[in-house]
Design a protein around this ligand. Sequence first.
Ligand SMILES: C[S@@+](CC[C@H](N)C(=O)[O-])C[C@H]1O[C@@H](n2cnc3c(N)ncnc32)[C@H](O)[C@@H]1O
Length: 372
Amino acid sequence: MVYYIRFLKTPRVQKQKTGALSVSALICITTDLGDAFLAEDVDLLISLNASNADQVLYQERVKWTASKREVPIALGPFPPHLSKHTLVLSVTAPTDPRKPRAPSADTLPPSQQHAAPLVIPGWSAPFGGSESPVAEKLVERRFGPQGLRIWEETGNSIARHIWDAALASVTYLQQLATAVPTTKTDAAPQPPVLHDLLTNCQNRSVTNPLHAVELGSGCGIVGISLAQTLPNCNVVLTDLPEVEDIVTQNISVAQPAPSSRITFHTLDWDDENLPEEVTNGGAIDLVLVSDCTYNADSLPALVSVLDRLVRASPDVLVIVALKRRHESEEAFFDLMRGAGLSSLHRHCMQLPAQHGLSDQIEIYCYARADGH
Ligand SMILES: C[S@@+](CC[C@H](N)C(=O)[O-])C[C@H]1O[C@@H](n2cnc3c(N)ncnc32)[C@H](O)[C@@H]1O
């Protein structure tokens, strides 16, 4: 289980009576569900950056200790000319020993690498300068060398957050898309059809792209990462209308690979009709589902959508990433079997947990079972 830096109070810049400026915020380090705080000591680096140049203006270290539920940040006093800068406040855990390793022959086999650090850093929205003195209630996550940047809300919504299985999905799909097939025994196990589908994108074209649909995309991190990784890839993110603002913001700052594109379309699993924008006339290659099995009540509707998508596009592959949160999720597997969807492959990605432990995200590759 990884832990996310969250802003309980987003950063604000204030003018003191002396004319000097101060910057304050309130943060915590909590799980994706927001149901537990990090119970481990960790050093945090607070950086005040100029938003346009990503130039560090000031840094300070703060300690998060195991018993804490929140940490106030109070920076300053700063000279009045700080007001000419639009600011971004970032909170990182630079000494986290469980940073993910880059996949390489010299490091651990991919199956044993962590897909994320224990503490996921956060960047605020811009504030001060030409912006409002108080940052919007958003936090940005920045991942990896590909420049993946995803905004989340700071409140307690289920949909407008990044969830743990999404972090594992991003790493898994990137590893598959960039992996060279190898005979080494420590290579990450690769479902050949999925590996071929992802690595053949180079040979596609703008008129024959790979079509991917993500269900319950939330902020859109998995689908956006796919479109940033693969050229000639058309990704349709779908979710309830409540995510539209945040997912549209993320699409607007995404950097898709050449000839790839990302769109959003609302899709409620309870709706009977699947829009043409989603089904693509029965020519979908890949469906992505990440952390959508936590609510047993919505499983029949979710599997019904998957069933209809697979009937329309019989050769589609369905990637389901899940973190087992309770027993009732087992019903998902029975429903998938009942819908004639069989698992070609199961892979486990490791996420770090506190006290040196690990957590597992299961990733399944489903396809239509023979005879269906
Ligand atoms: C736990 S979040 C996971 C978000 C994202 N996939 C991730 O892993 O970060 C589950 C997502 O499923 C969506 N969802 C739940 N019920 C839904 C429904 N009936 N129709 C469409 N989306 C739904 C939620 O809005 C939410 O975005």
